[in-house]
Design a protein around this ligand. Structure first.
Ligand code: NDP
Ligand code: 8X3
Length: 264
């Protein structure tokens, strides 16, 4: 397997969870990184930690991905050298609320659509022309099992992830003739993230959704992302649907207790 090094990867939503775990594994494996998110302090912290530990070259860009002008300004602040992004990981995203459709909060719906769909598009529109010009590149979208199947109260979040799935497939059709890979990863529940806390507005009790089963960890997803990016030129892994062993689908979770002790 080719172990790439010194390629530039831009990771959106790198301040926590899957994005942060991905920044770590890519830094460890010699990638140059552009990390983004809204929390400047977190970005600084991650940048300095990964530089100290792995010697990684990292640029941080702090912006709200829902704000098209802010995304564009952040992109324009990069030097031409750093704009030659080899890998775009469209990861920034969130779920807000958990209500049936007739009780949904319109502002939550807009936040999810603006972040998960429009933000992904703003970023892709800026990065993909450089990839087309260079006749190479790799775009990896973070979808979800919710982008393949629905569950009660998941309505608008699922709709945004179905949109991500459609965009992954259509981006690939638009880009493959330019030597650009488009991949997607669709995880089920993932812990070591702020996903549940964000969905439930910081309510620590409601966010305890992983106490009775063992979901994926952010590092499991990051390792899979690294695997996808490590394939030789002729191989594109188009989609990886992955779940914890105790999860069989969006609506099928064995909540009889965590079963994640490694066997002796
Ligand atoms: P986290 O909440 O831990 O991470 C979300 C990241 O997105 C943060 O870095 C956050 O940064 C960033 N983000 C959110 N909103 C914005 C915004 N408006 N502008 C810029 N950045 C933003 O959750 P996960 O790691 O779990 O989520 C990452 C992706 O994985 C999402 O797309 C999510 O839908 C998907 N996913 C998650 C699963 C799970 O169970 N955890 C399962 C399947 C998919 P900041 O707050 O600093 O802006
Ligand atoms: C996150 C997984 O099942 O909470 O995308 O929607 S789920």
């Amino acid at each position: 397997m080719n172990i790439p090094s010194k390629r530039i990867a831009l990771i959106t939503g790198a301040t926590s969870g899957i994005g942060s775990a991905t920044a770590k594994i890519l830094a460890k494996n010699g990638y140059k990184l552009i990390i983004t998110g809204r929390r400047q302090e977190r970005l600084n912290e991650i940048k300095h930690k990964l530089h100290a530990k792995y010697g990684a070259e990292i640029i941080e860009l702090c912006f709200d991905i829902r704000d098209q002008q802010a995304v564009e300004n952040a992109w324009k602040s990069l030097s031409p050298k750093w704009q030659k992004v080899d890998i775009l990981i469209n990861n920034a995203g969130l779920a807000k609320g958990f209500n049936p459709i007739f009780e949904g909060n319109i502002s939550d719906w807009e936040t999810m659509i603006d972040t998960n769909v429009k933000g992904l598009l703003y970023m892709t529109r800026l990065v993909s022309p450089i990839m087309v010009e260079n006749r190479k590149g790799h775009i990896l979208n973070i979808c979800s099992t919710a982008g393949h199947d629905v569950y009660p109260n998941g309505n608008v979040y699922s709709a945004t992830k179905f949109a991500v799935d459609a965009l992954t497939k259509s981006m690939r059709l638009d880009l493959y003739k330019y030597g650009i890979k488009v991949s997607q990863i669709s995880p089920g529940h993932v812990e070591e993230t702020e996903f549940a806390l964000v969905r439930f507005e910081g309510d620590q009790q409601r966010a305890k959704i992983y106490d009775d089963f063992a979901p994926l960890k952010a590092s499991d997803v990051a390792a899979t992302i690294h695997f996808i990016l490590s394939q030789p030129k002729n191989v594109n892994i188009q989609d990886v649907l992955m779940m914890g062993t105790q999860q069989a689908g969006s609506n099928f979770i064995d909540r009889s207790g965590r079963d994640d002790k490694e066997q002796e």
